[in-house]
Design a protein around this ligand. Structure first.
Ligand SMILES: Nc1ncnc2c1ncn2[C@@H]1O[C@H](COP(=O)(O)OP(=O)(O)OP(=O)(O)O)[C@@H](O)[C@H]1O
Length: 248
């Protein structure tokens, strides 16, 4: 379970020195995310979505309030214990953040290598899970955006995290690759029983995948909505066919 208890995050405005004006990115957020939920976070640009996500793995520390993950406050741990806990939380980003000079395999293996673990089977298993095992020897420059994101997901999962944080994972992708990535996130949740927190400004993506979603406005939590799934979409053979039907 993830609990945010009256979390506030204040930044010094970019370029402002000490004593300069402050920017309130999050204001008094109270929020509980249950195990195995697919939980959305929506809001306009600058509303605090990424800041909220980065609180959960303590990439950012709250200015006030507490963040508990399975009852543990990461801020109260030693740096070493915090690092160990953080490994139980995976993260994927809009821009994939793959290393260009490493193969798909080496990119996916990176979190294990950092722990001096060589578990080839585990890496291949995760690449297989995201349907990228056949591309293991390739470099990222040869992959489509959707394929890159699938490798980034395999990398995030390789240490078997109980929580996966996704920061705009489909925002750089076209519709087809967005569906592919969202299908995989659904599969992760169903088969690996991972709790997923999904930040997106794309309401369609949240509606199609999440159980509940937090709505942020200028750093405040304005609602936590129970998401009602949309009616099944018509299946179209091609993007062109769908575009024609949608636009007409
Ligand atoms: N490290 C930082 N230093 C100063 N200000 C920051 C920092 N990180 C975020 N901010 C500011 O905090 C506010 C919230 O930013 P955040 O990135 O959390 O919002 P967001 O909803 O994820 O936006 P976007 O969708 O554009 O990524 C913004 O005004 C942003 O400029």
């Amino acid at each position: 379970m993830i609990e945010l208890q009256h979390v506030t995050k204040t930044y010094r405005r970019r370029g402002a020195g000490r004593g300069g004006p402050e920017l309130h990115a999050l204001r008094g957020i109270d929020l509980t995310i249950q195990d195995e939920e697919m939980f959305g976070v929506v809001g306009e640009s600058g509303s605090g979505k990424s800041s909220l996500l980065r609180m959960i793995n303590h990439l950012e520390a709250p200015t006030a309030g507490r963040v508990l993950v399975d009852g543990v406050d990461l801020a109260a741990l030693s740096p070493r214990a915090r690092r160990a806990r953080r490994r139980r939380i995976g993260m994927v980003f809009q821009q994939f953040n793959l290393l260009a000079n490493k193969t798909v395999f080496d990119n996916a293996a990176l979190p294990l290598r950092l722990q001096r673990r060589r578990e080839r089977d585990r890496v291949m298993q995760m690449l297989d899970f995201v349907n990228m095992a056949d591309h293991a020897h390739k470099h990222p420059s040869l992959l489509s955006g959707g394929e890159k994101q699938r490798v980034a997901i395999a990398r995030a999962l390789v240490t078997e995290p109980g929580i996966l944080l996704c920061d705009e994972p489909t925002s750089a992708l076209d519709d087809h690759h967005t569906e592919e990535v969202m299908e995989i996130l659904g599969q992760i949740r169903r088969e690996l029983r991972t709790t997923i927190v999904l930040v997106s400004h794309e309401l369609d993506v949240i509606k199609a995948s999440c159980d509940r979603a937090a709505v942020l406005e200028r750093g405040r939590l304005t609602a936590v909505a129970d998401v009602v799934a949309p009616p099944p979409r018509e299946a179209f053979a091609t993007y062109a066919e769908r575009a024609q039907r949608y636009l007409a």
